[in-house]
Design a protein around this ligand. Structure first.
Ligand code: C2E
Ligand code: CA
Ligand code: CA
Ligand code: CA
Length: 265
Protein backbone atom coordinates (compact mmCIF):
# COMPACT_ATOMS: atom_id res chain seq x y z
CA UNK A 1 0.00 0.00 0.00
CA UNK A 2 2.92 2.25 0.78
CA UNK A 3 4.49 1.67 -2.62
CA UNK A 4 1.19 2.46 -4.27
CA UNK A 5 0.90 5.63 -2.25
CA UNK A 6 4.35 6.70 -3.26
CA UNK A 7 3.71 5.79 -6.88
CA UNK A 8 0.58 7.87 -6.86
CA UNK A 9 2.48 10.75 -5.41
CA UNK A 10 5.00 10.59 -8.20
CA UNK A 11 2.31 10.62 -10.85
CA UNK A 12 0.74 13.65 -9.18
CA UNK A 13 4.12 15.31 -9.00
CA UNK A 14 4.75 14.71 -12.70
CA UNK A 15 1.38 16.20 -13.54
CA UNK A 16 2.06 19.23 -11.44
CA UNK A 17 5.40 19.70 -13.12
CA UNK A 18 3.83 19.40 -16.57
CA UNK A 19 1.14 21.88 -15.58
CA UNK A 20 3.59 24.44 -14.25
CA UNK A 21 5.74 24.00 -17.37
CA UNK A 22 2.71 24.79 -19.51
CA UNK A 23 2.03 27.90 -17.44
CA UNK A 24 5.64 29.01 -17.73
CA UNK A 25 5.44 28.49 -21.46
CA UNK A 26 2.29 30.56 -21.67
CA UNK A 27 3.88 33.26 -19.56
CA UNK A 28 6.98 33.40 -21.78
CA UNK A 29 4.76 33.46 -24.86
CA UNK A 30 2.66 36.26 -23.43
CA UNK A 31 5.77 38.24 -22.55
CA UNK A 32 6.95 37.87 -26.14
CA UNK A 33 3.54 38.88 -27.46
CA UNK A 34 3.65 42.03 -25.34
CA UNK A 35 7.10 42.93 -26.71
CA UNK A 36 5.84 42.38 -30.25
CA UNK A 37 2.52 44.07 -29.55
CA UNK A 38 0.75 41.03 -30.96
CA UNK A 39 -2.73 42.01 -29.84
CA UNK A 40 -5.79 43.22 -31.58
CA UNK A 41 -8.83 44.97 -30.19
CA UNK A 42 -12.28 43.97 -31.36
CA UNK A 43 -15.35 46.05 -30.66
CA UNK A 44 -18.79 44.77 -29.76
CA UNK A 45 -21.75 47.14 -30.12
CA UNK A 46 -23.93 48.21 -27.19
CA UNK A 47 -27.42 49.27 -28.29
CA UNK A 48 -30.28 51.30 -26.86
CA UNK A 49 -32.59 48.36 -26.55
CA UNK A 50 -35.90 49.90 -27.61
CA UNK A 51 -34.59 51.62 -30.69
CA UNK A 52 -31.70 49.26 -31.31
CA UNK A 53 -29.38 52.18 -32.12
CA UNK A 54 -25.70 51.70 -31.36
CA UNK A 55 -24.64 53.91 -28.45
CA UNK A 56 -21.17 52.53 -27.86
CA UNK A 57 -18.79 49.61 -28.11
CA UNK A 58 -16.94 47.39 -25.66
CA UNK A 59 -13.26 46.91 -26.49
CA UNK A 60 -12.20 43.26 -26.14
CA UNK A 61 -8.64 42.07 -26.51
CA UNK A 62 -7.46 39.21 -28.78
CA UNK A 63 -3.96 37.78 -28.68
CA UNK A 64 -2.66 37.18 -32.18
CA UNK A 65 -0.68 33.92 -32.03
CA UNK A 66 2.39 33.47 -34.27
CA UNK A 67 0.31 31.27 -36.60
CA UNK A 68 -2.32 34.01 -36.88
CA UNK A 69 -4.95 32.40 -34.67
CA UNK A 70 -6.78 34.73 -32.30
CA UNK A 71 -6.51 33.61 -28.68
CA UNK A 72 -9.48 34.57 -26.49
CA UNK A 73 -8.87 36.45 -23.23
CA UNK A 74 -10.19 33.69 -21.00
CA UNK A 75 -7.09 31.66 -21.95
CA UNK A 76 -4.59 34.25 -20.75
CA UNK A 77 -6.20 36.91 -18.55
CA UNK A 78 -5.97 34.77 -15.40
CA UNK A 79 -2.31 34.03 -15.95
CA UNK A 80 -1.69 37.65 -16.94
CA UNK A 81 -3.22 38.74 -13.65
CA UNK A 82 -1.17 36.27 -11.61
CA UNK A 83 2.08 37.27 -13.33
CA UNK A 84 1.30 40.98 -13.44
CA UNK A 85 1.61 40.96 -17.23
CA UNK A 86 -2.01 41.97 -17.71
CA UNK A 87 -1.18 45.61 -17.10
CA UNK A 88 1.08 45.71 -20.14
CA UNK A 89 -1.65 44.04 -22.22
CA UNK A 90 -4.22 46.53 -20.95
CA UNK A 91 -2.05 49.51 -21.93
CA UNK A 92 -1.62 48.16 -25.46
CA UNK A 93 -5.41 47.88 -25.64
CA UNK A 94 -5.97 51.37 -24.24
CA UNK A 95 -3.52 52.86 -26.74
CA UNK A 96 -5.59 51.48 -29.60
CA UNK A 97 -8.81 52.61 -27.95
CA UNK A 98 -7.41 56.14 -27.52
CA UNK A 99 -6.66 56.31 -31.25
CA UNK A 100 -10.13 55.06 -32.07
CA UNK A 101 -11.82 57.49 -29.69
CA UNK A 102 -9.98 60.39 -31.23
CA UNK A 103 -11.51 59.53 -34.60
CA UNK A 104 -14.91 58.12 -33.69
CA UNK A 105 -18.29 59.82 -33.90
CA UNK A 106 -20.34 60.33 -30.80
CA UNK A 107 -20.52 56.77 -29.54
CA UNK A 108 -18.57 55.71 -26.46
CA UNK A 109 -15.95 53.00 -25.97
CA UNK A 110 -15.88 50.85 -22.88
CA UNK A 111 -12.64 49.25 -21.69
CA UNK A 112 -11.98 46.45 -19.21
CA UNK A 113 -9.47 46.65 -16.39
CA UNK A 114 -8.28 43.87 -14.14
CA UNK A 115 -8.82 44.44 -10.40
CA UNK A 116 -5.18 44.75 -9.33
CA UNK A 117 -4.47 46.98 -12.30
CA UNK A 118 -7.32 49.26 -11.26
CA UNK A 119 -5.84 49.48 -7.78
CA UNK A 120 -2.26 49.98 -8.95
CA UNK A 121 -0.34 53.23 -8.38
CA UNK A 122 -0.96 55.70 -11.16
CA UNK A 123 -3.65 53.93 -13.16
CA UNK A 124 -6.06 56.88 -13.52
CA UNK A 125 -3.39 59.51 -14.09
CA UNK A 126 -1.75 57.42 -16.78
CA UNK A 127 -5.06 56.62 -18.44
CA UNK A 128 -6.14 60.26 -18.52
CA UNK A 129 -2.74 61.35 -19.85
CA UNK A 130 -2.84 58.72 -22.59
CA UNK A 131 -6.34 59.74 -23.67
CA UNK A 132 -5.52 63.45 -23.59
CA UNK A 133 -2.33 62.88 -25.61
CA UNK A 134 -4.36 61.11 -28.27
CA UNK A 135 -6.98 63.84 -28.29
CA UNK A 136 -9.68 61.46 -27.04
CA UNK A 137 -12.80 62.85 -25.38
CA UNK A 138 -12.87 61.52 -21.79
CA UNK A 139 -16.65 61.83 -21.76
CA UNK A 140 -16.80 59.08 -24.36
CA UNK A 141 -14.67 56.65 -22.39
CA UNK A 142 -16.06 54.09 -19.96
CA UNK A 143 -14.31 51.69 -17.66
CA UNK A 144 -15.71 48.31 -16.71
CA UNK A 145 -14.59 47.04 -13.33
CA UNK A 146 -15.66 43.99 -11.39
CA UNK A 147 -16.57 43.96 -7.74
CA UNK A 148 -13.19 42.61 -6.76
CA UNK A 149 -11.62 45.86 -7.94
CA UNK A 150 -13.52 47.53 -5.11
CA UNK A 151 -12.84 44.92 -2.47
CA UNK A 152 -9.13 44.95 -1.64
CA UNK A 153 -8.69 48.55 -0.53
CA UNK A 154 -11.95 50.42 -0.61
CA UNK A 155 -10.35 53.71 0.37
CA UNK A 156 -8.08 53.55 -2.65
CA UNK A 157 -10.90 52.34 -4.87
CA UNK A 158 -13.02 55.29 -3.78
CA UNK A 159 -10.19 57.68 -4.57
CA UNK A 160 -9.72 56.20 -8.05
CA UNK A 161 -13.47 56.30 -8.74
CA UNK A 162 -13.71 59.93 -7.66
CA UNK A 163 -10.83 60.87 -9.95
CA UNK A 164 -12.50 59.05 -12.82
CA UNK A 165 -15.80 60.80 -12.17
CA UNK A 166 -14.15 64.21 -12.03
CA UNK A 167 -12.40 63.52 -15.34
CA UNK A 168 -15.66 62.66 -17.08
CA UNK A 169 -14.84 58.96 -17.50
CA UNK A 170 -17.82 56.80 -16.53
CA UNK A 171 -17.44 53.63 -14.49
CA UNK A 172 -19.61 50.54 -14.88
CA UNK A 173 -19.78 47.56 -12.55
CA UNK A 174 -19.25 44.53 -14.80
CA UNK A 175 -20.68 41.00 -14.40
CA UNK A 176 -23.24 42.36 -11.99
CA UNK A 177 -24.96 39.79 -9.83
CA UNK A 178 -22.15 37.24 -9.77
CA UNK A 179 -20.36 38.63 -6.69
CA UNK A 180 -21.27 38.70 -3.03
CA UNK A 181 -21.77 42.17 -1.69
CA UNK A 182 -22.51 44.15 -4.80
CA UNK A 183 -25.60 45.74 -3.29
CA UNK A 184 -23.73 47.79 -0.72
CA UNK A 185 -21.14 48.77 -3.36
CA UNK A 186 -23.83 50.27 -5.52
CA UNK A 187 -24.69 52.82 -2.87
CA UNK A 188 -21.20 53.50 -1.58
CA UNK A 189 -19.23 54.05 -4.74
CA UNK A 190 -19.70 56.67 -7.45
CA UNK A 191 -20.69 54.35 -10.29
CA UNK A 192 -22.45 55.32 -13.50
CA UNK A 193 -24.07 51.98 -14.27
CA UNK A 194 -24.09 48.22 -14.09
CA UNK A 195 -23.78 45.42 -16.61
CA UNK A 196 -26.15 42.57 -15.83
CA UNK A 197 -24.15 39.37 -16.08
CA UNK A 198 -24.77 37.16 -19.09
CA UNK A 199 -25.68 34.19 -16.87
CA UNK A 200 -28.96 35.87 -15.85
CA UNK A 201 -29.82 36.87 -19.40
CA UNK A 202 -29.04 33.39 -20.80
CA UNK A 203 -31.51 31.95 -18.30
CA UNK A 204 -34.36 33.96 -19.82
CA UNK A 205 -36.28 31.73 -22.22
CA UNK A 206 -39.92 31.12 -23.08
CA UNK A 207 -39.78 27.58 -21.71
CA UNK A 208 -37.75 28.49 -18.61
CA UNK A 209 -39.13 28.62 -15.05
CA UNK A 210 -39.04 32.41 -14.94
CA UNK A 211 -36.52 32.63 -12.12
CA UNK A 212 -33.84 34.36 -14.23
CA UNK A 213 -36.44 36.80 -15.46
CA UNK A 214 -37.50 37.55 -11.89
CA UNK A 215 -33.88 38.24 -10.97
CA UNK A 216 -33.32 40.45 -14.00
CA UNK A 217 -36.51 42.39 -13.20
CA UNK A 218 -35.26 42.94 -9.66
CA UNK A 219 -31.80 44.03 -10.80
CA UNK A 220 -33.23 46.48 -13.35
CA UNK A 221 -35.67 47.93 -10.79
CA UNK A 222 -32.81 48.38 -8.35
CA UNK A 223 -30.63 50.10 -10.96
CA UNK A 224 -33.48 52.55 -11.60
CA UNK A 225 -33.96 53.20 -7.90
CA UNK A 226 -30.26 54.01 -7.56
CA UNK A 227 -30.21 56.03 -10.79
CA UNK A 228 -27.71 53.71 -12.47
CA UNK A 229 -27.62 52.95 -16.16
CA UNK A 230 -28.38 49.30 -16.89
CA UNK A 231 -26.76 47.30 -19.70
CA UNK A 232 -27.77 43.67 -20.21
CA UNK A 233 -24.95 41.42 -21.40
CA UNK A 234 -25.13 38.35 -23.61
CA UNK A 235 -28.47 39.01 -25.31
CA UNK A 236 -28.85 36.31 -27.95
CA UNK A 237 -32.59 36.03 -28.66
CA UNK A 238 -35.53 38.28 -29.53
CA UNK A 239 -37.36 36.81 -26.58
CA UNK A 240 -34.65 38.01 -24.19
CA UNK A 241 -34.67 41.45 -25.81
CA UNK A 242 -38.47 41.70 -25.44
CA UNK A 243 -38.39 40.70 -21.82
CA UNK A 244 -35.58 43.16 -21.10
CA UNK A 245 -37.57 45.97 -22.71
CA UNK A 246 -40.53 44.95 -20.54
CA UNK A 247 -38.28 45.01 -17.48
CA UNK A 248 -37.22 48.54 -18.38
CA UNK A 249 -33.57 47.80 -19.10
CA UNK A 250 -32.22 50.61 -21.25
CA UNK A 251 -29.28 49.05 -23.05
CA UNK A 252 -28.10 45.71 -24.31
CA UNK A 253 -25.12 43.92 -25.78
CA UNK A 254 -24.94 40.46 -27.28
CA UNK A 255 -24.74 38.29 -30.36
CA UNK A 256 -28.31 39.34 -31.30
CA UNK A 257 -26.97 42.83 -32.10
CA UNK A 258 -23.44 42.04 -33.11
CA UNK A 259 -20.44 39.92 -32.29
CA UNK A 260 -17.16 41.50 -31.34
CA UNK A 261 -15.69 42.59 -34.70
CA UNK A 262 -12.76 44.62 -35.84
CA UNK A 263 -13.64 48.26 -36.21
CA UNK A 264 -10.24 49.82 -35.80
CA UNK A 265 -9.91 53.14 -37.56
P1 C2E B 1 -16.57 40.50 -20.19
O1 C2E B 1 -16.04 41.83 -19.81
O2 C2E B 1 -17.75 40.00 -19.43
O3 C2E B 1 -16.88 40.60 -21.75
C1 C2E B 1 -18.00 40.02 -22.38
C2 C2E B 1 -17.66 38.67 -22.98
O4 C2E B 1 -18.86 38.05 -23.42
C3 C2E B 1 -16.77 38.77 -24.21
O5 C2E B 1 -15.93 37.63 -24.21
C4 C2E B 1 -17.78 38.71 -25.36
O6 C2E B 1 -17.22 38.25 -26.57
C5 C2E B 1 -18.77 37.73 -24.80
N1 C2E B 1 -20.11 37.90 -25.36
C6 C2E B 1 -20.69 39.06 -25.77
N2 C2E B 1 -21.96 38.84 -26.18
C7 C2E B 1 -22.20 37.53 -26.04
C8 C2E B 1 -23.34 36.69 -26.30
O7 C2E B 1 -24.40 37.12 -26.76
N3 C2E B 1 -23.21 35.36 -26.00
C9 C2E B 1 -22.06 34.85 -25.50
N4 C2E B 1 -22.02 33.53 -25.27
N5 C2E B 1 -20.96 35.60 -25.26
C10 C2E B 1 -21.04 36.93 -25.50
P2 C2E B 1 -14.37 37.72 -24.49
O8 C2E B 1 -14.09 38.73 -25.56
O9 C2E B 1 -13.88 36.33 -24.71
O10 C2E B 1 -13.77 38.31 -23.15
C11 C2E B 1 -13.78 37.55 -21.96
C12 C2E B 1 -13.38 38.38 -20.77
O11 C2E B 1 -12.01 38.78 -20.85
C13 C2E B 1 -14.15 39.68 -20.64
O12 C2E B 1 -15.41 39.40 -20.08
C14 C2E B 1 -13.24 40.50 -19.76
O13 C2E B 1 -13.45 40.17 -18.40
C15 C2E B 1 -11.86 40.01 -20.17
N6 C2E B 1 -11.23 40.99 -21.10
C16 C2E B 1 -11.47 41.23 -22.40
N7 C2E B 1 -10.69 42.22 -22.89
C17 C2E B 1 -9.92 42.64 -21.85
C18 C2E B 1 -8.89 43.65 -21.72
O14 C2E B 1 -8.53 44.41 -22.64
N8 C2E B 1 -8.33 43.79 -20.48
C19 C2E B 1 -8.70 43.02 -19.42
N9 C2E B 1 -8.10 43.21 -18.24
N10 C2E B 1 -9.67 42.07 -19.51
C20 C2E B 1 -10.26 41.88 -20.72
CA1 CA C 1 -16.64 43.84 -19.70
CA1 CA D 1 -19.24 41.26 -18.31
CA1 CA E 1 -16.88 38.24 -17.48
Amino acid sequence: AKALGRGKFMVFDEEMRAESMRLLDLEADLRRAINNESFEVVYQPVVAIDRATVVGHEALVRWIAPDGRRILPDRFIGMGEDSGLIQAVDWLVYKKVAARLANAGDTYVSINVSPQHFQSGDFVERLIAMMNDAGADLNRLRIEITESALMEDDGLAMEVLMKLRRSGIKTLLDDFGTGYSALSYLRRFPLYGIKVDRSFVSGMSADGDGSSEALVNAIVAMSHALDLECVAEGVETEYQAQRLVAAGCGYAQGFLYGRPGSLDP
